[in-house]
Design a protein around this ligand. Structure first.
Ligand SMILES: [Zn+2]
Length: 281
């Protein structure tokens, strides 16, 4: 909307005590010394007025600041909503690029995934994050989830222990529950392969994975299983699940430093220092 259109809605110019009238008879801003009104073209008038209000630099700057603050506030609220909806464990909120200790050599692939999200989405490409326990696979996936949420992409990060729990609790609404999991543009299934065992469990896992596959939306899986185990399933029940996953997810071997071990090591060091200090007293 241009200033001229604005005039129809806003006939009065907002004045401040420091404003003054310029030589041309228009009101000037005492802050930025720009006119806060303008004459209608060719001496025309509207509702008996020869001039209309005009935004000066100072007013524009104030308006832009106000709008930016509003946008930021809306973004924070949306982010909070996405995190509350998408994370099954509040600890996942902290698994961010910003909190990363830099010890995972594959982390650039997490950045790349976020960077190329539109392409990943369009081509239905996910990651199969495998490697030893405690190498930071969940953290890696959490970084992607958090960074996409920052972009206001809706992500669900959960694990099969939670899914099987929910499915057992909601006997009636199973399809609805699985449909909800498939509604997220990105689904992250943490700790896949821990639910091995019961026929019922495997059936549900297959239902979730197959539904996700048919939804045409990407899936990221973290697992302690080796790629070899995934490529050589023990029976057909496992085979059909693994086949789906390996078709949808590009394998990435995570070789990050064992976070839990590092923490244990640090605790040991602290204890040693403490004991040494005691001895020297
Ligand atoms: Zn001004």
């Amino acid at each position: 909307m241009c200033d001229y259109d604005n005039a129809i809605f806003r006939l009065a110019t907002e004045t401040e005590p420091e404003d003054y009238t310029g030589e041309d008879g228009l009101l000037y801003c005492g802050n930025c010394r720009q006119p806060k009104e303008a004459y209608f073209a060719e001496g025309k008038t509207l509702f008996g007025r020869d001039r209309y209000p005009k935004e000066c630099d100072f007013q524009r700057k104030q308006r832009e600041e106000r709008e930016a603050a509003d946008r930021e506030q809306k973004h924070r609220e949306e982010l909070e909503r996405l995190k509350r909806k998408g994370f099954t464990d509040p600890a996942m909120r902290e698994w961010t690029f910003g909190n990363d200790n830099g010890k995972c050599p594959q982390m650039h692939k997490a950045y790349a995934y976020v960077e190329c999200w539109e392409e990943m989405k369009a081509t239905n490409t996910g990651y199969l994050l495998w490697g030893m326990v405690g190498t930071g696979k969940s953290y890696f996936a959490g970084c992607i989830a958090n960074a996409l949420m920052e972009k206001e992409v809706s992500v669900c990060m959960t694990n099969f222990a939670a899914i099987l729990n929910d499915l057992a609790a909601s006997f009636k609404d199973r399809n609805e529950y699985i449909a909800r999991l498939c509604s997220f543009p990105l689904l992250v299934l943490d700790d896949f392969g821990m639910e091995r065992g019961t026929e019922y469990g495997l059936e549900q896992v297959y239902n979730v994975v197959d539904s996700r596959y048919r939804s045409g939306k990407p899936l990221i899986v973290t697992t302690n299983l080796t790629l070899e185990e995934l490529q050589n399933p023990e029976d057909t029940a496992h085979a059909r699940i693994y086949d789906r996953i390996t078709e949808m997810c590009t394998p990435v071997r995570i070789t990050g430093e064992n976070f839990r071990k590092a923490t244990a090591q640090e605790k040991m060091e602290q204890l040693k220092t403490l004991l040494n200090r005691k001895e020297s007293l």
